[in-house]
Unconditional design. Sequence first.
Length: 176
Amino acid sequence: MAKKPAAKKASRKPAKSKNPLVGIVMGSQSDWETMHHAADTLKKLGIAHEVAVHSAHRTPDRLVDWIKDVEGRGAKVFIAGAGMAAALPGCVAAMTAKPVFGCPMETRVMGGMDSLLSMVQMPGGIPVGVLAVGRAGAVNAALLSAAVLALGDEKIAKAVDKFRANQTKAVPLTPN
């Protein structure tokens, strides 16, 4: 009997782009388990993006250099994923006037509530749009980034419309 082909796993290799529209940053390598969902969603939509690991606490100078670099190459939106103190999205927002979407990581201590509460407590004047904890937040951060970009890009607008139409078609009328 022939073996079934192995199910294709989600991309685990961070995407790099010469001219990224979205910069995705996470505080540690362990965040990639969640953040790859943002990268995969942007890839499905055909949106150029770049992924990096920079800690707000351990590598702040490297983070600032990366933000300036990726913004200089065309990034219009940032997605920042972090857990625990979850300072990364706020740090990114402090360094750019571009939209920043925060993705709270699930944590062992409070299941991600610590991350979520840290992100939503930004001082007035430094906005971070915070999404759901975990995978759903990463996917939605990519979709929200795409919606922002679609305001000025008809190709991206069509890709978002197609994504949403396919999502609608995937919902059955009756249970199987």
